[in-house]
Design a binder for this molecule. Structure first.
Ligand SMILES: Cc1cc2nc3c(=O)[nH]c(=O)nc-3n(C[C@H](O)[C@H](O)[C@H](O)COP(=O)(O)OP(=O)(O)OC[C@H]3O[C@@H](n4cnc5c(N)ncnc54)[C@H](O)[C@@H]3O)c2cc1C
Length: 451
């Protein structure tokens, strides 16, 4: 075990807090560390890719899982792996892709751990077809604050509280994951422009019937009759006989660029965002076009630039991601209008359709999800986002806890209707309130009054 004071933040680099970071190298050491925590409690941390304060615990203990990273078993016949929770999807993919398998669900970065992917019940571009990460977990093992390790299958209520439970039911130590067989290392990608929001929405609706993966990038700074214009990308794993002869499965993504120093805080602002969005839109083919992409380029384009979060400078950035039911697509429009009026720009506004949800606190539910990266120092931003929260909750939607760094807990019960059931299960396995995080305190997630 190593233990040291550490200043920790999420990927958005806002609201860092100091904690004792303990990094056990075995489950026994992890258990010992959890049993020894004091009144400020503990929470697990993977690779810190949650944008906000989910994997922080100011004044308390943070259990870093990065040394519990063994790939324990690979079963090609069953298409299944058993891995320790600290294993990253990056390392998992490097091992299984050459053997003809891909992860069933991957978020937009591969630098996340198996435990972090389950705790946030992450989604990918195939949510409309394959659901979220936990849907492909055959079982998981959870270390609870009493020192027990429980093996949970999806039918166990505690599984449903742990998938999407943001680390507050205990520490996930291992999991068995079902993989997706693939026959090449290429993606067949179709790109098409939509001139306005209606067209982008229609292209995504049609695309979801056609393709396993779909996503749209939206230019959130185009106004007037171009409001919501964007580029829709549909993808499927290529087959060996496809045009352009796809090669055998391979996975060798490289980080081409790094951001070496702290960037000046104003480098990314509304003007650069506007220019970036316009160039991106112009670059996309005017008419529907099919091409090939590597797995890395299609699934994790941002991983090509190491530490890109530093581009937002010292004050960091916020990712605002929400979902609203399918019949409330009007919220997408009013959000874009509002941000346009306030001149709040995002470099990456990503629009996608979700299928049915999984865990009690899982973010995905059938509907439209929109995600935007916004510099945290934009004047007036907190008020605007608070107003958007009201609108989202009023429409029967919710914001994503793994991306959140600023919401208040007031709307939590409306956004997450299973919150009380989740709290009851959480309390059952953690009656002493040992599992704690900055996120949990800020939102009053486990029932404590919001700080
Ligand atoms: C560039 C980028 C793109 C992203 N794209 C997507 C996307 O497309 N879809 C999506 O859903 N998310 C996306 N995310 C968010 C990311 O997938 C999640 O926040 C994920 O949880 C991060 O995993 P991590 O291992 O870094 O966990 P951390 O960020 O370290 O922790 C996240 C949460 O998981 C808990 N946790 C971590 N490990 C364990 C464990 N072993 N046991 C119990 N709890 C644990 C923590 O307590 C915390 O609550 C993206 C993030 C980035 C930076």
């Amino acid at each position: 075990v190593t233990a040291a004071p550490a200043l920790l933040s999420g990927w958005g680099r806002t609201a860092a807090t100091r904690a004792t970071l303990v990094r056990p190298a075995s489950v026994d050491a992890l258990r010992e560390a959890l049993l020894a925590v004091d009144g400020r409690g503990a929470v697990a941390r993977g690779l810190g890719r949650a944008y906000g304060d989910a994997a922080q615990n100011g004044g308390g203990t943070v259990l870093g899982l990065d040394r519990l990273d063994r790939l324990e078993r690979f079963d090609a016949d069953a298409g299944e792996v058993v891995a320790e929770a600290g294993l990253s999807l990056e390392r998992l993919l490097r091992t299984v892709v050459p053997l003809g398998f891909f992860v069933a669900v991957t978020p937009g970065t591969r630098h996340v751990t198996v435990g972090g992917a389950i705790a946030a019940d992450v989604h990918g571009k195939n949510h409309h077809r394959d659901g979220s990460f936990s849907r492909h977990v055959r079982w998981l093992e959870l270390l609870t604050p009493d020192g027990r390790v429980r093996r949970l299958e999806p039918s166990d209520p505690l599984f449903g509280a742990t998938a999407g439970g943001m680390g507050l039911t205990g520490v996930i130590t291992r999991a068995a994951l079902r993989l997706l067989p693939i026959r090449t290392g290429d993606m067949r990608v179709t790109t098409e422009r939509g001139r306005d929001l209606d067209e982008v929405v229609a292209l995504l609706e049609a695309g979801d019937r056609e393709a396993r993966y779909s996503v749209a990038w939206v230019d959130c700074l185009a106004g007037g009759d171009r409001l919501g214009r964007g580029v829709v990308m549909l993808g499927d794993h290529a087959e060996p006989g496809d045009r352009d002869a796809a090669g055998p499965p391979a996975f060798a993504p490289a980080s081409r660029l790094g951001i070496p120093v702290q960037a000046p805080a104003k480098l990314l602002n509304t003007w650069t965002a506007r220019a970036f969005n316009a160039v991106w839109f112009a670059k996309a083919p005017r008419r529907r076009r099919e091409h090939r992409e590597s797995l890395g380029a299609f699934f994790h384009p941002l991983d090509g630039v190491r530490d890109w979060n530093r581009l937002y400078g010292r004050t960091g950035f916020v990712q605002y991601q929400f979902v609203v039911p399918f019949d409330r697509a009007d919220v997408l429009r009013s959000t874009l209008e509002r941000l346009g009026r306030e001149r709040i720009g995002s470099f990456l506004a990503v629009l996608k359709r979700f299928g049915p949800g999984t865990g009690l606190l899982s973010f995905p539910m059938p509907g439209w999800t929109l995600a935007m990266d916004i510099p945290a120092n934009v004047p007036g931003l907190p008020g605007v986002l608070d107003a958007l929260d009201e609108q989202v909750a009023g429409a029967g939607g919710r914001v994503y806890l793994a991306k959140d760094s600023r919401a208040s807990g007031r709307l939590l019960g409306r956004m997450y209707p299973e919150l009380d059931r989740w709290r009851a299960l959480q309390r059952e396995c953690d009656p002493g309130g040992v599992m704690r995080s900055d996120l949990a305190r800020r939102l009053g997630l486990t029932g404590e009054p919001a700080a």
